[in-house]
Design a protein around this ligand. Sequence first.
Ligand code: KG4
Ligand code: ZN
Length: 354
Amino acid sequence: MIILGIETSCDETGASVVKDGKRVLSNVVASSQEMHIKTGGIIPEQAARQQIKSILPVINQAIADGLRSTDYGKTKIDAIAVTVGPGLIGSLLVGVETAKTLSYLWKKPIIPVNHLVAHIYANWLDEKITLRAGGSTSRWPKFPLIALVVSGGHTDMVYMKGRGEIKLIGTTRDDAAGECFDKCARILGLPYPGGPAIAQKATEYLKLKTKNKLQMFPRPMIESDDFDFSFSGLKTAVLRTAQKTKNIQHRIPEVAAEIQEAIVDVLVEKTLRAVRRYKPKSLLLGGGVSANDRLREKFELGIMNYELGVKLFIPQPKLCTDNAAVIASCAFFNNKPAPWQKVSANPEVTITNS
Ligand code: KG4
Ligand code: ZN
């Protein structure tokens, strides 16, 4: 089954062609990041305007790359999948209305997709392999599983007994992990998006560092006996440090490494505790923050050191951040088409109510 995925929940415009939920035939992402770097963050209205300009060329490119066709390859597409939420309303509408129009014109089913659930499906995508007939499934995640979705707006830990059986076991009480990276970067005068900017500075520092422990900032809720998170206190601690440190500009790599370490420690520690409690077969990461090298490294080390016997899955970095391949994959595995008239954007949807 060939699905055209469309993703416009935040500032990216993505389109992708995916076969059988796993094989990425094309994955095109246009970003308006340049524009947001200038403003230090996303201006929703501007993001949506840019997406209106990008959406058709991006879809066209995805079909040309994936299906080697210029006639929109429409005859080969079996269904259209689109993010309906959560996200910015103006941005979501661009993708949803385009998908509905194509569904009507091409007479193809449309499958609405929850963006947060879709991040988990990055773990079923593989751009390099060709699926063998009746191919082995051992390389794919097994249920029950725990997934940690860490993005710009969400930090959700879920337990999944099977597909579509999603139970929220932990979430953030205030800022999301990605939001914390972004806000701390802003405090330090680093560009948007803050996660990659902080990670880059942190790497510079970690290469040179002489001291052993990074412990400048608190690890909020790391000891609490639940799986919830809180990152706004950390952001405040960073702000205070920035205000009272003379010549903070000379210490940016060190402070960046400290911020990264604090966020990563909490995410890893609490997730591994959930693994001990729930004993899943697989542990999956997804969302933009899971592109972070230090996070990936610490999860790998943690699983090995504690001998947890769980298989860890982390998507390749470009599948962690927003893209439409995960939307198409999620639609394949949760194939619930809807009449186009009934599909609408829902910015408030959560990971469990799709
Ligand atoms: O999943 P995503 O692309 O978009 C949302 O659904 O929000 O996540 C974006 C978030 C941003 O907060 C960005 O700063 C963060 O992911 N991010 C990172 C890295 N790459 C992206 N955070 C830490 N390290 C990275 N390498
Ligand atoms: Zn996302």
